[in-house]
Design a protein around this ligand. Structure first.
Ligand code: FES
Length: 125
């Protein structure tokens, strides 16, 4: 069995599975990740809400935003920013290839995992 290297694309789900329910929890190396299909695009966010640790994959999508089931914070699926809050949910890069969904297990630039040491921002370009 090979280990998951950070920065490597990981196959997490098939697109038709996500198309059925629009949201799904997957796991990469023990990290829970919420996948959402919104307006034909796939987004990946850390599944554990930055507010009080509820599961975003159990939330709903309203007007293109992810609503946490805990206290109804509204997250931008692309940036993880919460409306009217300073907290930001970590997001992950997603690639869809031949009906398969791949996630880069490194959180997006400048984002920190809840309770984890912050990652240095990636240089753009
Ligand atoms: S736990 Fe997500 S909004 Fe409170």
């Amino acid at each position: 069995m090979s280990e998951t290297n950070p920065g490597e694309w990981v196959l997490v789900a098939e697109l038709p599975e996500l198309a059925r329910r629009k949201r799904k929890q997957v796991s990469i190396g023990g990290t829970p990740i919420a996948l959402f299909l919104i307006d034909g695009r796939v987004y990946a966010l850390h599944d554990v809400c930055v507010h009080k640790q509820r599961s975003l994959s159990k939330g709903t999508v309203l007007h293109g935003r992810i609503i946490c089931p805990g206290h109804q914070w509204s997250f931008d699926p692309a940036t993880g920013e919460a409306a009217d809050q300073t907290e930001c949910q970590p997001t992950y890069d997603v690639r869809v290839d031949d009906g398969k969904i791949y996630v880069n297990p490194r959180p997006g630039a400048g984002r920190a995992l809840p309770g984890a040491a912050s990652h240095p921002a990636r240089a753009a370009g």
